[in-house]
Design a protein around this ligand. Structure first.
Ligand code: SAM
Length: 365
Protein backbone atom coordinates (compact mmCIF):
# COMPACT_ATOMS: atom_id res chain seq x y z
CA UNK A 1 0.00 0.00 0.00
CA UNK A 2 1.10 3.55 -0.55
CA UNK A 3 -0.37 6.68 0.96
CA UNK A 4 0.58 10.34 0.64
CA UNK A 5 0.08 10.64 4.42
CA UNK A 6 2.84 8.08 5.17
CA UNK A 7 5.63 9.61 7.23
CA UNK A 8 3.58 12.44 8.66
CA UNK A 9 0.31 10.90 9.93
CA UNK A 10 0.81 9.23 13.31
CA UNK A 11 -1.57 6.37 12.71
CA UNK A 12 0.64 4.27 10.36
CA UNK A 13 3.85 4.14 12.39
CA UNK A 14 5.28 1.12 10.50
CA UNK A 15 4.99 2.79 7.09
CA UNK A 16 8.62 2.06 6.15
CA UNK A 17 8.31 -1.69 6.68
CA UNK A 18 6.83 -3.92 3.92
CA UNK A 19 3.67 -5.68 5.08
CA UNK A 20 5.11 -9.24 5.14
CA UNK A 21 7.99 -8.00 7.31
CA UNK A 22 5.56 -6.32 9.72
CA UNK A 23 3.75 -9.63 10.17
CA UNK A 24 7.01 -11.48 10.73
CA UNK A 25 8.14 -8.86 13.25
CA UNK A 26 4.89 -9.03 15.21
CA UNK A 27 4.89 -12.83 15.11
CA UNK A 28 8.41 -12.96 16.56
CA UNK A 29 7.52 -10.37 19.17
CA UNK A 30 4.54 -12.42 20.36
CA UNK A 31 6.49 -15.68 20.48
CA UNK A 32 9.15 -13.88 22.52
CA UNK A 33 6.69 -12.15 24.84
CA UNK A 34 4.87 -15.36 25.75
CA UNK A 35 7.95 -17.60 26.00
CA UNK A 36 7.49 -18.03 29.77
CA UNK A 37 4.32 -20.06 29.05
CA UNK A 38 4.05 -23.47 27.41
CA UNK A 39 2.51 -22.04 24.23
CA UNK A 40 1.51 -24.12 21.20
CA UNK A 41 2.64 -22.98 17.73
CA UNK A 42 1.36 -19.51 16.95
CA UNK A 43 -1.35 -19.49 14.25
CA UNK A 44 -1.12 -16.38 12.10
CA UNK A 45 -4.09 -14.78 10.35
CA UNK A 46 -3.46 -11.92 7.97
CA UNK A 47 -5.65 -9.91 5.63
CA UNK A 48 -5.38 -7.01 3.27
CA UNK A 49 -2.91 -4.25 4.13
CA UNK A 50 -5.09 -1.55 2.50
CA UNK A 51 -8.73 -0.49 2.80
CA UNK A 52 -9.30 -2.77 5.79
CA UNK A 53 -10.76 -0.38 8.40
CA UNK A 54 -14.52 0.01 8.57
CA UNK A 55 -14.38 2.92 11.01
CA UNK A 56 -12.20 5.97 11.45
CA UNK A 57 -12.22 9.37 13.12
CA UNK A 58 -10.51 12.41 11.62
CA UNK A 59 -9.98 15.72 13.34
CA UNK A 60 -10.85 18.82 11.32
CA UNK A 61 -8.09 21.42 11.09
CA UNK A 62 -9.22 25.01 10.49
CA UNK A 63 -6.73 27.52 9.11
CA UNK A 64 -8.41 30.75 8.08
CA UNK A 65 -10.87 29.74 5.37
CA UNK A 66 -9.17 26.37 4.85
CA UNK A 67 -10.47 23.20 6.39
CA UNK A 68 -8.60 19.89 6.23
CA UNK A 69 -8.66 16.44 7.74
CA UNK A 70 -6.08 16.06 10.46
CA UNK A 71 -4.46 13.33 12.56
CA UNK A 72 -1.92 13.43 15.35
CA UNK A 73 1.52 13.64 13.75
CA UNK A 74 4.00 10.79 13.58
CA UNK A 75 6.80 12.71 15.20
CA UNK A 76 5.08 15.35 17.29
CA UNK A 77 1.89 15.37 19.34
CA UNK A 78 0.14 17.95 17.22
CA UNK A 79 -2.40 17.72 14.45
CA UNK A 80 -1.00 17.38 10.93
CA UNK A 81 -3.24 17.73 7.90
CA UNK A 82 -3.69 14.75 5.59
CA UNK A 83 -5.01 14.49 2.02
CA UNK A 84 -5.91 10.83 2.04
CA UNK A 85 -6.14 7.71 4.14
CA UNK A 86 -5.78 4.32 2.48
CA UNK A 87 -6.27 2.04 5.45
CA UNK A 88 -9.99 2.87 5.61
CA UNK A 89 -12.61 1.11 3.46
CA UNK A 90 -12.65 2.27 -0.15
CA UNK A 91 -16.15 3.69 0.43
CA UNK A 92 -14.65 5.97 3.13
CA UNK A 93 -11.47 6.95 1.28
CA UNK A 94 -13.49 7.77 -1.85
CA UNK A 95 -15.99 9.97 -0.07
CA UNK A 96 -13.68 11.81 2.37
CA UNK A 97 -12.66 14.58 -0.02
CA UNK A 98 -16.05 15.35 -1.63
CA UNK A 99 -17.70 15.22 1.81
CA UNK A 100 -15.36 17.84 3.26
CA UNK A 101 -15.69 19.99 0.13
CA UNK A 102 -19.45 19.95 0.51
CA UNK A 103 -19.26 20.74 4.24
CA UNK A 104 -16.90 23.66 3.59
CA UNK A 105 -19.39 25.23 1.17
CA UNK A 106 -21.88 25.53 4.03
CA UNK A 107 -20.71 28.06 6.65
CA UNK A 108 -23.13 26.66 9.26
CA UNK A 109 -21.74 23.10 8.93
CA UNK A 110 -18.14 24.25 8.66
CA UNK A 111 -18.00 26.54 11.71
CA UNK A 112 -16.42 24.83 14.74
CA UNK A 113 -16.61 21.39 13.15
CA UNK A 114 -14.21 19.46 15.38
CA UNK A 115 -14.11 15.95 13.90
CA UNK A 116 -15.74 13.65 11.36
CA UNK A 117 -16.24 9.94 12.03
CA UNK A 118 -17.03 7.33 9.40
CA UNK A 119 -18.52 3.87 9.88
CA UNK A 120 -18.97 1.71 6.77
CA UNK A 121 -20.35 -1.71 5.92
CA UNK A 122 -19.48 -4.18 3.20
CA UNK A 123 -22.25 -2.81 0.97
CA UNK A 124 -20.64 0.65 0.94
CA UNK A 125 -23.27 2.27 3.16
CA UNK A 126 -21.96 4.82 5.63
CA UNK A 127 -22.80 6.55 8.87
CA UNK A 128 -21.06 9.94 8.94
CA UNK A 129 -20.87 11.63 12.34
CA UNK A 130 -20.14 15.35 12.55
CA UNK A 131 -18.79 16.36 15.95
CA UNK A 132 -18.98 20.01 16.99
CA UNK A 133 -17.50 22.16 19.69
CA UNK A 134 -20.35 24.63 19.49
CA UNK A 135 -23.96 24.77 20.51
CA UNK A 136 -26.34 24.05 17.67
CA UNK A 137 -30.06 24.04 17.46
CA UNK A 138 -31.76 20.91 16.11
CA UNK A 139 -34.25 22.73 13.91
CA UNK A 140 -31.54 25.00 12.52
CA UNK A 141 -29.19 22.07 11.88
CA UNK A 142 -31.69 19.75 10.19
CA UNK A 143 -31.97 21.45 6.74
CA UNK A 144 -28.17 21.53 6.44
CA UNK A 145 -28.00 17.79 7.12
CA UNK A 146 -30.88 17.08 4.74
CA UNK A 147 -28.93 18.93 2.03
CA UNK A 148 -25.85 16.76 2.71
CA UNK A 149 -27.94 13.61 2.67
CA UNK A 150 -29.36 14.65 -0.67
CA UNK A 151 -25.81 14.76 -2.13
CA UNK A 152 -24.55 11.56 -0.50
CA UNK A 153 -27.35 9.04 -0.85
CA UNK A 154 -25.36 6.11 0.62
CA UNK A 155 -24.80 8.03 3.90
CA UNK A 156 -26.79 8.59 7.05
CA UNK A 157 -25.70 11.44 9.28
CA UNK A 158 -25.35 11.88 13.01
CA UNK A 159 -24.50 15.26 14.56
CA UNK A 160 -23.00 15.40 18.02
CA UNK A 161 -21.74 17.70 20.68
CA UNK A 162 -21.15 16.87 24.30
CA UNK A 163 -24.37 15.40 25.68
CA UNK A 164 -26.40 16.08 22.54
CA UNK A 165 -27.08 14.01 19.44
CA UNK A 166 -29.17 14.41 16.31
CA UNK A 167 -29.80 11.91 13.55
CA UNK A 168 -32.37 11.94 10.79
CA UNK A 169 -33.31 8.39 9.81
CA UNK A 170 -31.00 5.99 11.54
CA UNK A 171 -27.74 5.87 13.50
CA UNK A 172 -26.76 2.32 12.58
CA UNK A 173 -25.77 0.08 9.69
CA UNK A 174 -26.53 -3.56 9.03
CA UNK A 175 -23.28 -5.43 8.41
CA UNK A 176 -22.99 -8.94 7.02
CA UNK A 177 -20.21 -11.32 8.01
CA UNK A 178 -19.45 -14.64 6.31
CA UNK A 179 -18.62 -17.31 8.85
CA UNK A 180 -18.25 -20.96 7.93
CA UNK A 181 -20.37 -20.56 4.78
CA UNK A 182 -23.17 -18.78 6.62
CA UNK A 183 -24.05 -15.11 6.47
CA UNK A 184 -24.69 -13.39 9.81
CA UNK A 185 -26.30 -9.98 10.02
CA UNK A 186 -25.34 -7.40 12.64
CA UNK A 187 -26.81 -4.08 13.57
CA UNK A 188 -23.83 -1.82 14.26
CA UNK A 189 -24.75 1.36 16.10
CA UNK A 190 -22.64 4.47 15.63
CA UNK A 191 -20.36 5.20 18.63
CA UNK A 192 -20.68 1.70 20.09
CA UNK A 193 -17.88 -0.84 19.83
CA UNK A 194 -17.62 -2.75 16.54
CA UNK A 195 -14.59 -4.66 15.30
CA UNK A 196 -12.74 -2.26 12.97
CA UNK A 197 -11.49 -4.86 10.49
CA UNK A 198 -14.39 -6.93 9.09
CA UNK A 199 -12.28 -9.54 7.28
CA UNK A 200 -10.25 -10.19 10.42
CA UNK A 201 -13.44 -10.27 12.48
CA UNK A 202 -14.67 -13.09 10.24
CA UNK A 203 -11.39 -14.97 10.80
CA UNK A 204 -11.51 -14.41 14.58
CA UNK A 205 -15.09 -15.66 14.89
CA UNK A 206 -14.32 -18.70 12.68
CA UNK A 207 -11.28 -19.46 14.86
CA UNK A 208 -13.37 -19.17 18.04
CA UNK A 209 -15.98 -21.52 16.53
CA UNK A 210 -13.33 -24.05 15.53
CA UNK A 211 -11.79 -23.79 19.00
CA UNK A 212 -15.10 -24.58 20.68
CA UNK A 213 -16.06 -27.55 18.50
CA UNK A 214 -15.47 -30.15 21.20
CA UNK A 215 -16.75 -28.19 24.18
CA UNK A 216 -19.61 -29.54 26.28
CA UNK A 217 -21.92 -27.54 28.53
CA UNK A 218 -23.09 -23.94 28.18
CA UNK A 219 -21.22 -20.76 27.30
CA UNK A 220 -20.73 -17.59 29.34
CA UNK A 221 -19.44 -14.56 27.50
CA UNK A 222 -18.15 -11.32 29.02
CA UNK A 223 -17.65 -8.12 26.98
CA UNK A 224 -19.97 -9.38 24.23
CA UNK A 225 -20.58 -6.03 22.46
CA UNK A 226 -23.35 -6.39 19.86
CA UNK A 227 -23.12 -10.19 19.88
CA UNK A 228 -20.31 -10.34 17.32
CA UNK A 229 -18.94 -13.66 18.63
CA UNK A 230 -22.03 -14.67 20.63
CA UNK A 231 -24.41 -15.16 17.73
CA UNK A 232 -22.39 -17.60 15.57
CA UNK A 233 -20.99 -19.33 18.68
CA UNK A 234 -24.46 -19.92 20.10
CA UNK A 235 -24.81 -22.68 17.48
CA UNK A 236 -22.12 -24.66 19.30
CA UNK A 237 -23.87 -24.56 22.71
CA UNK A 238 -27.16 -25.50 24.36
CA UNK A 239 -27.49 -22.14 26.13
CA UNK A 240 -25.46 -18.93 26.24
CA UNK A 241 -25.44 -16.06 28.72
CA UNK A 242 -23.61 -12.98 27.46
CA UNK A 243 -22.96 -9.67 29.19
CA UNK A 244 -21.66 -6.27 28.26
CA UNK A 245 -21.59 -2.88 30.00
CA UNK A 246 -23.08 -0.79 27.16
CA UNK A 247 -26.88 -0.82 27.10
CA UNK A 248 -26.86 0.30 23.46
CA UNK A 249 -24.65 -2.64 22.46
CA UNK A 250 -26.93 -5.02 24.35
CA UNK A 251 -29.96 -3.55 22.58
CA UNK A 252 -28.17 -4.23 19.27
CA UNK A 253 -27.28 -7.76 20.47
CA UNK A 254 -30.96 -8.57 21.15
CA UNK A 255 -31.84 -7.29 17.69
CA UNK A 256 -28.98 -9.26 16.13
CA UNK A 257 -30.01 -12.53 17.78
CA UNK A 258 -33.51 -11.95 16.46
CA UNK A 259 -32.56 -11.16 12.83
CA UNK A 260 -30.31 -14.24 12.78
CA UNK A 261 -33.06 -16.49 14.16
CA UNK A 262 -31.14 -17.34 17.36
CA UNK A 263 -33.11 -17.97 20.55
CA UNK A 264 -30.75 -19.66 23.04
CA UNK A 265 -28.90 -16.52 24.24
CA UNK A 266 -29.66 -14.38 27.30
CA UNK A 267 -28.04 -10.95 27.02
CA UNK A 268 -27.52 -8.77 30.09
CA UNK A 269 -26.30 -5.18 30.28
CA UNK A 270 -23.93 -5.26 33.22
CA UNK A 271 -20.25 -4.96 34.02
CA UNK A 272 -18.07 -8.07 34.05
CA UNK A 273 -17.35 -7.55 37.76
CA UNK A 274 -21.06 -7.25 38.60
CA UNK A 275 -21.79 -10.42 36.70
CA UNK A 276 -18.98 -12.19 38.56
CA UNK A 277 -20.66 -11.11 41.81
CA UNK A 278 -23.85 -12.98 40.78
CA UNK A 279 -21.91 -16.22 41.00
CA UNK A 280 -20.52 -15.37 44.44
CA UNK A 281 -24.06 -14.63 45.57
CA UNK A 282 -25.30 -17.96 44.20
CA UNK A 283 -27.85 -16.16 42.02
CA UNK A 284 -30.65 -18.39 40.65
CA UNK A 285 -30.06 -16.80 37.22
CA UNK A 286 -26.57 -18.28 37.01
CA UNK A 287 -27.55 -21.63 38.52
CA UNK A 288 -29.56 -22.46 35.39
CA UNK A 289 -26.32 -22.76 33.40
CA UNK A 290 -23.74 -25.50 33.19
CA UNK A 291 -20.79 -23.16 33.73
CA UNK A 292 -17.88 -24.85 31.99
CA UNK A 293 -16.93 -22.53 29.14
CA UNK A 294 -16.23 -18.83 28.98
CA UNK A 295 -15.32 -16.47 26.14
CA UNK A 296 -13.88 -13.07 26.99
CA UNK A 297 -12.92 -10.14 24.77
CA UNK A 298 -12.07 -7.33 27.20
CA UNK A 299 -10.92 -3.79 26.39
CA UNK A 300 -7.18 -3.00 26.39
CA UNK A 301 -7.02 -2.98 30.20
CA UNK A 302 -7.74 -6.73 30.27
CA UNK A 303 -9.46 -8.32 33.28
CA UNK A 304 -9.98 -6.60 36.62
CA UNK A 305 -9.23 -8.70 39.73
CA UNK A 306 -12.85 -9.67 40.34
CA UNK A 307 -13.49 -10.70 36.74
CA UNK A 308 -10.17 -12.59 36.51
CA UNK A 309 -11.11 -14.65 39.58
CA UNK A 310 -14.48 -15.43 38.00
CA UNK A 311 -12.94 -16.40 34.65
CA UNK A 312 -10.47 -18.61 36.53
CA UNK A 313 -13.36 -20.72 37.85
CA UNK A 314 -14.14 -22.07 34.34
CA UNK A 315 -12.90 -25.29 32.82
CA UNK A 316 -12.36 -23.88 29.32
CA UNK A 317 -11.44 -20.30 28.47
CA UNK A 318 -11.32 -18.59 25.09
CA UNK A 319 -9.54 -15.26 25.54
CA UNK A 320 -9.59 -12.68 22.71
CA UNK A 321 -7.27 -9.77 23.44
CA UNK A 322 -6.34 -6.52 21.75
CA UNK A 323 -3.45 -5.96 24.16
CA UNK A 324 -0.73 -8.63 24.55
CA UNK A 325 0.61 -6.89 27.71
CA UNK A 326 -2.60 -7.39 29.69
CA UNK A 327 -3.17 -10.80 28.10
CA UNK A 328 0.23 -11.86 29.42
CA UNK A 329 -0.56 -10.51 32.89
CA UNK A 330 -3.90 -12.37 32.95
CA UNK A 331 -2.35 -15.61 31.67
CA UNK A 332 -0.05 -15.64 34.68
CA UNK A 333 -3.17 -16.49 36.70
CA UNK A 334 -5.27 -18.30 34.13
CA UNK A 335 -2.55 -20.67 32.89
CA UNK A 336 -2.09 -22.13 36.41
CA UNK A 337 -3.40 -25.73 36.20
CA UNK A 338 -4.47 -25.26 32.59
CA UNK A 339 -3.01 -26.28 29.26
CA UNK A 340 -2.78 -23.64 26.56
CA UNK A 341 -4.37 -25.41 23.62
CA UNK A 342 -4.25 -22.67 20.98
CA UNK A 343 -2.53 -19.34 20.42
CA UNK A 344 -3.43 -17.10 17.48
CA UNK A 345 -2.40 -13.72 16.10
CA UNK A 346 -4.94 -11.80 14.02
CA UNK A 347 -3.39 -8.90 12.16
CA UNK A 348 -6.31 -6.51 12.64
CA UNK A 349 -4.13 -3.40 12.57
CA UNK A 350 -1.52 -3.40 9.76
CA UNK A 351 0.99 -0.48 9.80
CA UNK A 352 0.64 -0.15 13.59
CA UNK A 353 2.25 -1.93 16.53
CA UNK A 354 -1.14 -3.15 17.77
CA UNK A 355 -1.68 -6.90 17.92
CA UNK A 356 -4.87 -8.88 18.43
CA UNK A 357 -4.51 -12.36 19.91
CA UNK A 358 -6.60 -15.38 20.78
CA UNK A 359 -5.74 -18.00 23.40
CA UNK A 360 -7.63 -21.19 24.33
CA UNK A 361 -7.04 -22.72 27.77
CA UNK A 362 -8.29 -26.02 29.17
CA UNK A 363 -8.08 -27.18 32.78
CA UNK A 364 -5.77 -30.18 33.25
CA UNK A 365 -7.31 -33.02 35.23
C1 SAM B 1 -12.93 -5.26 22.68
S1 SAM B 1 -14.65 -4.90 22.81
C2 SAM B 1 -15.33 -6.46 22.33
C3 SAM B 1 -16.78 -6.45 21.95
C4 SAM B 1 -17.27 -7.71 21.21
N1 SAM B 1 -16.76 -8.90 21.77
C5 SAM B 1 -16.97 -7.64 19.73
O1 SAM B 1 -16.26 -8.51 19.22
O2 SAM B 1 -17.46 -6.72 19.05
C6 SAM B 1 -14.87 -4.80 24.52
C7 SAM B 1 -16.29 -4.57 24.98
O3 SAM B 1 -16.28 -4.53 26.41
C8 SAM B 1 -17.22 -3.59 26.86
N2 SAM B 1 -16.81 -3.23 28.23
C9 SAM B 1 -15.89 -2.31 28.61
N3 SAM B 1 -15.73 -2.36 29.96
C10 SAM B 1 -16.55 -3.32 30.42
C11 SAM B 1 -16.83 -3.87 31.73
N4 SAM B 1 -16.20 -3.39 32.79
N5 SAM B 1 -17.71 -4.86 31.82
C12 SAM B 1 -18.34 -5.36 30.72
N6 SAM B 1 -18.14 -4.89 29.47
C13 SAM B 1 -17.25 -3.89 29.32
C14 SAM B 1 -17.16 -2.47 25.83
O4 SAM B 1 -18.37 -1.75 25.81
C15 SAM B 1 -16.93 -3.26 24.54
O5 SAM B 1 -18.14 -3.55 23.89
Amino acid sequence: MNCSSFGKCGSCVLYQIPYEEQVEMKKNKLVDMFSQFDMPKLEVFTGSDEHFRARAEFRIWHDGDRCDYGMFGLRERRIVTIDECNIVDKSISDIMKPMLEEIIKDEYLKTKLYAVEYLSNSKGELIVTLIYHKKWDEEEMKPHIYALKDKFKNCDFVVRRKGKKLFLDKNYLIEELNIKDEVYKYKQIEATFTQPNRKMAEKMITWAMDSSEELKGDLVELYCGNGNFTIPLSKRFRKVIATEISQQSIDAAFYNADINGIDNITFLAMSAADFARLKDEDSPLIKKYDLQNILIDPPRAGLDDKSRKFVDSFENIIYISCNPETLKRDLETLSEGRKIKAFAFFDQFPWTNHMECGVVLKREK
